[in-house]
Each structure stands twice: as structure tokens, then as C-alpha cells.
Design a protein around this ligand. Structure first.
Ligand code: SF4
Length: 259
């Protein structure tokens, strides 16, 4: 049983907790008896997710458990020790998993294919295995509102499909439910909360700088520009994902299934 010692207060904390609670209710993300594996990479999003889920847990009318799982991909310089210290100091149950994903990527990555896609696939496989070994039935990921709408725009602009992410879906392994409780929380609030709480954020230490993801950066910049003229644009976009009108789209299979 987790006995987290962190006690939070303040406007940001209350806002993030309220929005996370709303997402949990809207999508029925957490149920009595759940044991949730929280993927903790050492970034601001995953620390925030873990601490907020724990704060909600302590006041919830239902009972659920959390286990933090950290996957060290094996890039030299990754400070898993800093993450572990934070988790243990705060009383979280945790599994620290060292892997050689970096070596496998070096050896097996085919020329021209995406290093991030391969790396994510490898780490996801390890996460599923560890979640199962820990007896977890759900896996919580730290994707936030900005991730959802950037992915929506990326898919529309570059892939030609209307798709973002799901707040709750069955994992590829057919065993775990993957949940994203921060779906309603903006990245800027997470960044500010993380800085306010002095979370010991560590870099993934991999040779790829995610800021070089040119298209995602373009979506961020586009949204920031539009937000100056349309302050609520992010909320409209995230709402649009929950308000789909298939009769007004061009998906032939979908329109056949709608009277
Ligand atoms: S940025 Fe680095 S650690 Fe993250 S998915 Fe890409 S290769 Fe892996």
C-alpha cells in the first residue's frame, strides 16, 4: 500500500486535481480495486500524473493502488537514481527497470525508419511486461491536453485522418487498459506545477532532441499564435473530440452505420 508523504496546496494543484477528477469521471478511468501502473519517465508530466492520482486516491470513495514503473532505456547519462530517490522518499511503490533498448536500437534500427517509433515500441513492451509482473490491470500515461490536440492536428495535416488519442483503451497486449487521466490538463499548468513543486525532472538522455520533431513544433507554434486571437481554441479542439457528428463527415463506412 502506498503511503505518499507529499502534501500539496495552491491554485494550480486544485485546478489539475479537479480536471483530472473530471476526466476520471467522464471516461470511467478508475474503478474500485484497480491496481494502476503509472509510467514514470522522470519528466514533468509523469511526476504530475503520479502525484495527482495519489492525491485523488487518498480522498476517493473507492480503493485503488498505484505502482510507479520506470523504464531506463539504457542511454548513457540517464539519471534513474534521481527518479528512484524521489519515488522512495515519497513512499511510492515502484519498479525500476534497466533495459538495453538503446543497444537494440543501435543494432537493429533499419535505415530510414523512425528511431522514436522503434524506441517507443520497445519500451511499451517492457512496460506491459512489468505492469503484468506487478499485478496491475491498468497503465496510466501522462499525455495531456496539448498532446491530444497536437496529435489531432498532425493527423489531419499530414496523415489525412481524424484521430487523436483515447482517454481509455485496451492495450495492444489485450490485457491492460491504458488510461490518460491528464487529458483535460494543459501542458503549461503541468510545467508550472512541476516547477512549483521542484520535481526532480531528468532528461531521457537519448541522442534525439524531441524539440527537433519539426511538425509537432509547428503545431505548437500554430496553436500558440491562434490562441492569441481565439483564447479558448484548445478547449474547443479538445471538446470537438467528444462531439463527433458522423453525418457531417465523409467517412463512407461511418455514414452507412448512421441513420
Ligand atoms: S526521444 Fe529518445 S527516448 Fe524518446 S522515444 Fe525518441 S528515441 Fe526514445
Amino acid at each position: 500500500m502506498i503511503q505518499c508523504m507529499a502534501v500539496f496546496s495552491g491554485r494550480l494543484y486544485r485546478k489539475i486535481k479537479r480536471l483530472t477528477g473530471r476526466a476520471i469521471g467522464d471516461f470511467n478511468l478508475i474503478e474500485d480495486g484497480d491496481h494502476i501502473a503509472v509510467a514514470v519517465s522522470g519528466g514533468k508530466d509523469s511526476y504530475t500524473l503520479l502525484h495527482i492520482l495519489d492525491a485523488l486516491r487518498r480522498r476517493a470513495p473507492i480503493s485503488y493502488r498505484l505502482t510507479a514503473i520506470n523504464i531506463d532505456a539504457g542511454y548513457p547519462g540517464y539519471r534513474a537514481d534521481i527518479i528512484e530517490e524521489h519515488l522512495r522518499e515519497n513512499g511510492f511503490a515502484c519498479r525500476m527497470v534497466a533495459t538495453d533498448c538503446a543497444g537494440i536500437i543501435r543494432e537493429k534500427l533499419r535505415p530510414g525508419s523512425s528511431m522514436c517509433a522503434f524506441c517507443s515500441r520497445l519500451r511499451r513492451g517492457v512496460l506491459y511486461t512489468e505492469a503484468q509482473a506487478a499485478g496491475c490491470n491498468k497503465i496510466a500515461l501522462g499525455h495531456h491536453l496539448d498532446d491530444f490536440i497536437e496529435t489531432l492536428l498532425l493527423n489531419q495535416f499530414f496523415v489525412g485522418t481524424i484521430a487523436a488519442m483515447s482517454a481509455s483503451m485496451l492495450a495492444d497486449n489485450g490485457i491492460h487498459m491504458v488510461i490518460r487521466p491528464l487529458v483535460y490538463v494543459e501542458e503549461k499548468d503541468i510545467a508550472a506545477f512541476s516547477a512549483e513543486q521542484n520535481f526532480p525532472v531528468v532528461s531521457c538522455a537519448c541522442p534525439i532532441d524531441v524539440r527537433t520533431d519539426v511538425n509537432r513544433r509547428r503545431m505548437k507554434e500554430l496553436l500558440a499564435r491562434l490562441q492569441q486571437e481565439i483564447p479558448d481554441i484548445k478547449y474547443s479542439l479538445i471538446s470537438s473530440l467528444g462531439n463527433v457528428q458522423p453525418r457531417h463527415l465523409l467517412d463512407k463506412a461511418l455514414s452507412r452505420s448512421v441513420p
